[in-house]
Design a protein around this ligand. Structure first.
Ligand SMILES: [Zn+2]
Length: 235
């Protein structure tokens, strides 16, 4: 009787996870492991307190937890890991996070929480700035994919492009009035937006080599933009 019941139960258990039972077991194990590995709250020691994702505070004692080192900027800023980023959404997320972790809100809290809030806040600032500008966003995406761009690879850059940059720089140096500077500025903006569009499709098709080349060129234009900013400041 009992044996029969047990057998029936086992049979039911065996059948219940429809689809791929092995896979189900695996994901269950992974979830258990993640739970066991998740750090305890530094303040009250409660297990499973601080979690991954958006759990910045311990649900037991409400203490601010240290930043999760495994989290990348895209995850932190709640963006898809792609070159196309909704900058309005990014800005909202930035404000939302700063309202949670900004050091101003921790002046009455423990030194540990003050330190964590400094760390969080710096991280949020860095993430926001990095993902906001197309150049740094592209470079960061490449870095996540393990592709590095070395500094000073001028000799590999095509001559025609270098000539173009030299000409723009000369024009800027010679520009005598605001209108002349504005003209160069709009040219640079146009070039940069063309590069941005190109990058969007390159990242979609995982063409990192070509993306690397475009980003290297973008760096030159970003340099020119910096010079334009300096030139705009009245002496
Ligand atoms: Zn706690």
């Amino acid at each position: 009787m009992w044996k029969g019941k047990g057998g029936a139960l086992l049979w039911m258990w065996g059948l219940r996870p429809t689809g791929v039972p092995g896979k189900r077991m695996l994901s269950y194990d992974a979830a258990m492991q993640a739970r066991n590995n998740s750090p305890r709250c530094w303040n009250c020691g409660s297990p499973g307190g601080p979690g991954r994702g958006d759990r910045f505070f311990c649900p037991q004692c409400r203490a601010l937890q240290p930043p999760d080192p495994s989290r990348d900027y895209f995850s932190l800023m709640d963006c898809n890991r792609s070159f196309r980023v909704d900058t309005t959404k990014l800005q909202h997320r930035y404000q939302q996070l700063q309202r949670l972790v900004h050091p101003d809100f921790f002046s009455q809290r423990s030194q540990t929480e003050k330190n964590f809030s400094e760390k969080h806040s710096t991280l949020v600032n860095d993430a926001y700035k990095t993902l906001l500008a197309p150049l740094s966003r592209g470079l960061y995406l490449l870095k996540l994919r393990g592709v590095q761009i070395s500094e000073g690879t001028d000799d590999e850059m095509d001559r025609q492009f270098l000539m173009e940059i030299m000409e723009i720089n000369e024009k800027l140096a010679e520009a005598q009035n605001e209108a002349a500077v504005k003209e160069i500025e709009s040219l640079v903006r146009e070039k940069t937006s063309v590069f941005s569009l190109r990058l969007s499709s390159l990242f979609i098709s995982d063409d990192f080599e070509e993306a690397k080349e475009i980003l290297t060129k973008m760096r030159y234009f970003s340099n020119v933009e910096e010079k334009i900013k300096l030139k705009k400041i009245p002496p």
